[in-house]
Design a protein around this ligand. Structure first.
Ligand SMILES: [Mg+2]
Length: 318
């Protein structure tokens, strides 16, 4: 496929084909449906429209700080009746991945309470890492003989952790120094989406510290990596990538994820990717300096315009 057939600006006809030729729609959330707490115009209406037309929706997010139940509540609060199983969040994903490999051991988790909730719900045992683990304020050295380390840890999981500390990195790296300890990461997003000048480090920034200290490379579970799609297919075996659309705002995660799994991809310009950036990427792909997986099949201003195209198609054919 040449780049001319990629990054096509969506029209009513394309919108109609996407509706008719697909039965599953995967949505990223931040930058696509909302910049929370601001919900984008038409977002909830689009979700209800697709559901009323018999489509199955999943919300695929690398955010590990919320559980399936947290997200389902958020959707219900804004006017879309989501079931928890529609939420493919990376905390849930981690538990599903451990289940899929028949893991039976203890986990040290650098992460938030959402990770503990989802892992314990599936029966996994956590031994530390959740919540603050600071040094005493007057400490100027680490007393290694006083560290509380569990001899039975079999897995270290690195996620977004607002309480990240030197001690936590030390413990994670020390456990990973044992060769048979499994190393998982929820995702490797370097930063979080922000609209102002503040830079919010993402799970990838924390992961970089743990990986550097331990000299180990993790299995990364979230978008754009394969385990996220495997978990969806394991839970919902009838999901067919050829009849699936991935809608996202970030080319490196959402669009690469969809393209690599064989879904159609639709990029919106309400988040991480501007039209200008997409044009630059397209030129780089033509010069073979960037992977073509980053280019979506279609792009559209926002989810509201996608809805508008779908509805106007309906009028013109009725
Ligand atoms: Mg996003």
């Amino acid at each position: 496929m040449s780049t001319k057939e990629l990054c096509i600006h969506l029209t009513e006809l394309h919108a109609k084909s996407l509706l008719n030729d697909n039965d599953t729609f995967l949505f990223d959330c931040d930058g696509v449906l909302w910049n929370f707490p601001d919900i984008f115009t038409g977002a909830v209406e689009l979700l209800n429209y697709l559901t009323e037309h018999g489509k199955r929706l999943f919300f695929v997010t690398n955010n590990s700080t919320k559980t399936q139940d947290d997200y389902a509540k958020r959707f219900n609060d804004i006017g879309y009746k989501a079931k928890p199983e529609q939420i493919i969040c990376s905390a849930w994903l981690t538990a599903q991945h451990l289940k899929s490999i028949n893991f039976k051991g203890k986990c040290y988790v650098v992460g938030m309470s959402s990770m503990k909730h989802e892992l314990e719900r599936e029966g996994f045992q956590i031994c530390g890492g959740i919540g603050p683990d600071p040094l005493a304020s007057d400490a100027n050295a680490i007393k290694t003989d006083k560290l509380e380390l569990d001899k039975d840890v079999d897995c270290v999981i690195s996620a977004l952790d607002l309480h990240i500390s030197y001690i936590k990195i030390l413990k994670a790296a020390t456990y990973l120094n044992r060769p048979n300890v499994l190393f998982l990461a929820t995702n490797d997003d370097a930063s979080l989406p922000q609209s102002d000048e503040i830079v919010m480090p993402g799970a990838g920034s924390i992961l970089a510290s743990v990986a550097a200290a331990s000299c180990r490379s993790p299995t990364i579970l979230g978008k754009p990596h394969r385990p996220m799609f495997d978990a969806i297919c394991l839970a919902f075996p009838d999901v067919d990538p050829k009849r699936t659309v991935m809608i996202g705002d970030r080319v490196e995660t959402d669009i690469a994820f969809g393209n690599r799994q064989g879904t159609k991809t639709l990029l919106v310009f309400t988040g991480a990717t501007s039209e200008k950036y997409l044009d630059t990427l397209k030129q780089q792909v033509e010069k073979h300096t960037t992977e073509r997986d980053l280019l979506p099949n279609f792009c559209v201003k926002d989810v509201g315009q996608f809805l508008q195209f779908l509805k106007s198609t309906e009028k013109s054919t009725s």
